[in-house]
Design a binder for this molecule. Structure first.
Ligand SMILES: [Zn+2]
Length: 98
């Protein structure tokens, strides 16, 4: 399991299809989450983010799929680094730089 380099929380990397970038999510789903993963997290697969603008989002939330939060929103150390390259903070394989 991947950990945040900054706070050591367990995180999942998921690809944002709109920006083509990887984004860290809290590994544990929460009822206050706003993001779905497609496919659901499994070893060795990089899930894709399903955001609330996705056509199937409402149906999948209604079906009880787990919801996740961006680790940017929950990392206790994120604020201190807000004006720097955020992704560089989080993990070795994060797309820092170009
Ligand atoms: Zn963190």
């Amino acid at each position: 399991m991947t950990r945040c380099r900054s706070c050591e929380a367990h995180i999942i990397w998921a690809r944002n299809q709109q920006t083509e970038r990887l984004m860290p999510l809290d590994a544990k789903p929460v009822t206050t989450g706003t993001l779905l993963l497609d496919p659901p997290p499994r070893d060795g697969r990089e899930p894709v983010l399903v955001t609330s603008t996705h056509p199937l989002y409402a149906a999948r939330v209604g079906a009880g799929e787990p919801l996740y939060l961006s680790h940017f929103a929950t990392c206790p150390n994120a604020a201190a680094h807000r004006n720097t390259d955020q992704l560089g903070l989080f993990a070795e394989k994060g797309p820092s730089g170009n």
